[in-house]
Design a protein around this ligand. Sequence first.
Ligand code: URA
Length: 238
Amino acid sequence: MKSKTSRLDRFISQNSDFSISDTRLLIAQKRILVDGCWAYSIQQKVAEFTHVVLDGHCLKDNKPVYLMLNKPKGVVSATKDLEHPTVLDLIQHPRKNELHIVGRLDLNTTGLVLLTNDGAWSRKISLPETKLAKTYEVTLSKPLSDEYVAVFQQGIYFAYENITTQPACLEILSDYSARLSLVEGKYHQVKRMFGFFQNEVLALHRVSVGDISLAGLGMGESRALMVPPPFTERRGRD
Ligand code: URA
């Protein structure tokens, strides 16, 4: 998802009958408002969510949208699918077709999925360097032991990607259930980590991403996050 930024003079020429060279005069005549203030330079940046008004007519009013969804089993983390219902099918939002998914969950994984039209925000969440904690509740087919905690903390070698997983924090809740916090999102990562112990994941539920948690949101429900949610980088014990 590329961020769409252009210079004010180029933006004016592309979105009105005025040319690039007219923009300087329009600025001097106080005819352009950028985010509610008079434009002051032809080089001002017009970014994805900048609000631009020329002679009282709005040229750009693209508002950022942030949604969270509690994804049920059997729903695909995609915007289109021929076989299964998608996360977009569960959302009632007038601009849902502009949204993209931030960090997919497998078909049978339940829990927190974030959707937005803000490419910069989703990029930041997804970047490995951001080290944002994603927390899952996991139900296993075999009993857990303290060895898992140590091995997950050390990291597990994934031959396919030729990487060792970042230190992950495992909290054992009962013989067959645990809470796992990861700061990365490799393909089927949770299942593959428990696969190291030949312990099959029977149920997987994402409860939080950074500071955003499902708390109180029913299965299949979604709601808007009113402000760009903050990031709290959790560096764990690495
Ligand atoms: N890890 C998995 O194995 N599956 C998911 O859906 C998310 C993380």
